[in-house]
Ligand binder design. Structure first.
Ligand code: UTP
Length: 291
């Protein structure tokens, strides 16, 4: 079994739900406290042993490339001013030369299309996909747990969470088979079903471990829900072809592609920080009292 060494970060979307903020700023660069969303995703991939980081970008996304690159002037100034902590934080974000690749999606035709754009970089290896706008607060990094499942069972692995029945039309939903603790066998998948058509209320969170053969399915993929090329449709075509499991998420997932999810994540992550929590708690308390 080949190890999961590569991860794809699809960052080519338009982020229309976050306009006007995302007109000139990539959605994935929106900060949660003081770190952009994409850096949380990269850190999660690092924690799972990922060695190659593949970003599928689009127009107006160059801030993402700059974020993971050297910035000599800034680094020199921080060093001269003795700002060691800040310098360390800036250095921590960097990806080493040869570890990172950027491929351009050109037209945002959907998540499936974005993943397919990375096919020549993935070659014949299994790979992870992380959606930076799905931010996860968990004791053990989610992708690392999924890689463990892959190392035992092989095939495809997705992260799952229960959603209210009336929210199924916002997610990819799975048809579950046998369950064993947090592990769920996957017998089918459907993108954004109406509640009446949903086979369960188990939704896919933006974390995937996929076999490279999905690229063959994506090559032939037609547009699906929302008139986009959906990753879910090609994953469905792999049911029965490879082992296919879901791992129930242990932690909290924030949909930072929505305004309320993004705001909630900002508060939750600030409350976890010793340097910020007391003041943030006090300010929120005062705001609520004033309501
Ligand atoms: P979303 O479904 O959140 O789409 O994509 P979006 O375009 O970013 O945002 P909205 O819906 O218009 O507000 C989930 C992830 O997939 C990437 C996005 O960048 C995001 O990280 N994506 C989506 C692509 O890379 N390419 C696409 O064509 C679509």
């Amino acid at each position: 079994m080949k190890p999961v060494r590569k991860a794809i970060f699809p960052v080519g979307g338009l982020g229309t739900r976050f306009l006007p903020a995302t007109k000139a700023l990539p959605k994935e660069m929106l900060p949660i406290v003081d770190k952009p969303l994409i850096e949380y995703a990269v850190d999660e991939a690092r924690a799972a042993g990922i060695e190659e980081f593949i970003f599928v970008t689009g127009r107006g996304k160059s801030a993402i490339e700059d974020h993971f690159d050297n910035h000599y002037e800034l680094e020199q100034t921080l060093a001269e001013r003795g700002k060691q902590d800040e310098l360390e934080q800036v250095n921590q974000a960097k990806l080493d030369a040869g570890q990172v690749a950027y491929v351009r999606q050109m037209s945002p035709l959907g998540l499936g299309h974005a993943v397919w754009c990375a096919r020549n970089l993935v070659n014949d290896e299994p790979f992870a996909v992380l959606l930076a706008d799905d931010l996860i607060q968990a004791d053990t990094p989610t992708l690392a747990e999924m890689v463990d499942v892959y190392e035992t069972h092989g095939g495809n692995v997705v992260s799952l969470m229960e959603v209210p029945d009336h929210h199924t039309s916002r997610y990819g939903i799975v048809e579950p088979g046998e369950s064993n603790g947090r592990l769920v066998e996957i017998r089918g998948l459907i993108e954004k079903p109406a509640p009446a058509d949903a086979p369960s209320n188990l939704a896919i969170v933006g974390r995937y471990v996929l076999q490279p053969s999905i690229m063959n399915h994506l090559s032939e993929a037609k547009t699906g829900a929302g008139n986009e090329i959906q990753l879910t449709d090609s994953m469905m075509a792999m049911v029965g072809e490879v082992p296919f499991n879901g791992l129930r998420l242990e932690g909290i997932r924030y949909d930072c592609g929505t305004k309320s999810g993004f705001l909630a994540a900002g508060i939750a992550f600030a409350l976890m920080r010793e340097d910020l929590a007391p003041e943030v708690r006090e300010r929120i308390g005062r705001l609520l009292e004033a309501e």
